[in-house]
Ligand binder design. Structure first.
Ligand SMILES: Cc1cc2nc3c(=O)[nH]c(=O)nc-3n(C[C@H](O)[C@H](O)[C@H](O)COP(=O)(O)OP(=O)(O)OC[C@H]3O[C@@H](n4cnc5c(N)ncnc54)[C@H](O)[C@@H]3O)c2cc1C
Length: 488
């Protein structure tokens, strides 16, 4: 199958019959439901962008001769990594960085897993690794969207996941037939559940050596019997594009996943019981190199948007004439340009992994940015609040604008370079970015979407190469001071 259009995506989604629960209701059709319609249309747009920019967003398969989305490509050169990033930027800009789980997030994950399948094949798991390679080709050639659910629910984080709730809560294997394994339990979150085609499960946290039944990795279609998804509140329901320009479009939705004795076909199982492999595939499989490039490319877009928004708000009310406001806009610009620099450094520092022909971005600048971003993006929104002030409260709705007070609104809501409607649109857009419930979710997302950023930063310290920094210090702990070798 060639790449899908947005229309095909929506048609496929309509007839899929997955079990999505929202506010006590079983949702029949996510493409028409008010809570999901807006985001479904935005995801459809992502498919259309592949047709609009085929040279950037797609490439031709040497195996099938068909075009496929380039974010599925297993990179075999630095140039490939740059091509993939260019396509990811187009998708990131489509949601100004608000849809963190645009399909490229998972596409690069599985391209990485398939490209480094040798790490999965260890300790006799050749079949699991082959299943993974086949699966990656399947989603690539059918242009499917994946979501993932890799963290077990928060019951008691002070004990192992296998010990939570008598061992029954965390996802685990409970049986096996000739053709399938049977899994039960829950996973904490899966974003994009109303729109994805496939649910994937792979390692997301540490596991004890003895907890074999919890060490499972697989993929199933979203409408697999026994799968249930319970959504959080919708942030887009009953919201129009004027009043909530971002929430009405980009609520990608997060849901708890319940596995009620789900049968997973054996050819879709990538790992079963290898607790050592469970840690290795993430730790040694270069996953972070790829996934954080996607994430920081998206964060760059979000900061670019924040800078544009701050500038336009300040210009509208004339506060950009004040030096302290300029300094705050400059601070957003600093974060934006440092992010761009880190992303380019990761691309330029790409390397071939172990002489096997597969390339990976340099993870060092990416890991550093991953630690900084949960501070930078909330800081950018804080700065926007300071720049916009009470203007974010001067935000009547579209109904007000068309109501009996429309003439007063036209007069009293004008700004120095914008009529009332333009100014209200701008500040409503700003509020949806910094203060709405979608904005609050965005803040939480930046902290926790890729495990917890605090522990990841602590890990940066633990794994950092300390040799040269130590040498710089040690040279003064002896006499005479020794000249060090020049470094980069
Ligand atoms: C908006 C959003 C979308 C998400 N989407 C997805 C998704 O699509 N798929 C998916 O799999 N997951 C998703 N996640 C879940 C995400 O993977 C988890 O939130 C993340 O792994 C952190 O785990 P937690 O939320 O359970 O926090 P916890 O692990 O419970 O942490 C809570 C606090 O306790 C601290 N803490 C916990 N354990 C320790 C420890 N051992 N040592 C020190 N401190 C500790 C943490 O630092 C943190 O401050 C999403 C999360 C959010 C917020």
């Amino acid at each position: 199958m060639a790449i899908r259009t947005g229309k095909q995506f929506l048609e496929d989604l309509k007839k899929d019959g997955r079990e999505i629960w929202l506010d006590g209701e079983l949702v029949k059709d996510v493409t028409t439901h008010p809570a999901f319609k807006g985001a479904a249309e935005q995801v459809a747009k992502l498919f259309d962008l592949q047709h609009e920019f085929p040279e950037i967003m797609t490439t031709t398969s040497s195996e099938t001769g068909e075009r496929f989305g380039i974010t599925h490509l297993i990179p075999r050169s630095k140039e490939d990594i740059k091509r993939i990033r260019k396509a990811m930027k187009i998708w990131a800009e489509a949601s100004v960085g608000l849809m963190g789980r645009s399909p490229d997030y998972m596409n690069v994950t599985f391209a990485c897993f398939a490209g480094h399948a040798d790490v999965w094949a260890r300790r006799g798991n050749e079949q699991g690794a082959q299943n993974l390679i086949n699966y990656q080709k399947y989603v690539r050639d059918n242009d499917l969207i994946m979501t993932h659910s890799i963290i077990n629910p928060q019951v008691d984080r002070s004990v192992s996941e296998a010990e939570q709730g008598g061992g029954e809560i965390s996802l685990h294997k409970v049986g096996e037939t000739e053709d399938s394994i049977i899994v039960r339990g829950a996973r904490m979150l899966a974003t994009l559940t109303p729109f994805a085609d496939e649910l994937t499960v792979y390692p997301g946290s540490d596991i004890r050596l003895q907890d074999k039944k919890y060490a499972i990795c697989f993929a199933v279609p979203m409408n697999t019997p026994g799968l249930k998804f319970i959504c959080r509140d919708s942030y887009s329901k009953d919201r129009n594009n004027f009043d909530y320009p971002l929430s009405s479009r980009f609520d990608e939705m997060d849901a708890v996943v319940i596995f009620d004795d789900v049968h997973v076909p054996k050819d879709r199982v990538f790992m079963d019981g290898d607790t050592i492999g469970y840690s290795e595939v993430i730790g040694e499989g270069y996953w972070r190199n790829y996934i954080i490039l996607q994430a920081m490319n998206r964060a760059l877009t979000k900061l670019e948007f924040a800078f544009g928004l701050g500038h336009m708000i300040a210009d509208t009310t004339g506060v950009n004439t004040f030096d302290h406001v300029q300094e705050k806009l400059g601070e957003i610009w600093n974060m934006m340009e440092m992010t761009r620099a880190g992303v380019i450094a990761a691309e330029e520092g790409a390397f071939e992994v172990g002489g096997k022909g597969v390339w990976a971005p340099n993870d060092q600048p990416l890991l550093a940015l991953r630690g900084l971003m949960p501070k930078w993006i909330p800081r950018a929104t804080e700065l926007l609040k300071i720049i916009g002030g009470g203007g974010f409260m001067l935000t009547p709705t579209s109904k007000d604008l068309d109501g009996p007070l429309s003439a007063e609104i036209a007069k009293y809501y004008q700004a120095r370079n914008a009529d009332a409607e333009k100014r209200i649109r701008l500040f409503r857009l700003g509020w949806d970015f910094i203060g709405s419930d979608l904005a609050g979710r965005g803040d939480l997302y930046e902290r926790f979407y890729l495990s917890d950023s605090f522990r990841m930063t602590a890990l940066n310290y633990k794994v950092a190469d300390k040799t040269h920094p130590e040498m710089l210090v040690k040279q003064f702990l002896q006499e005479p001071v020794k000249q060090l070798q020049p470094t980069k």
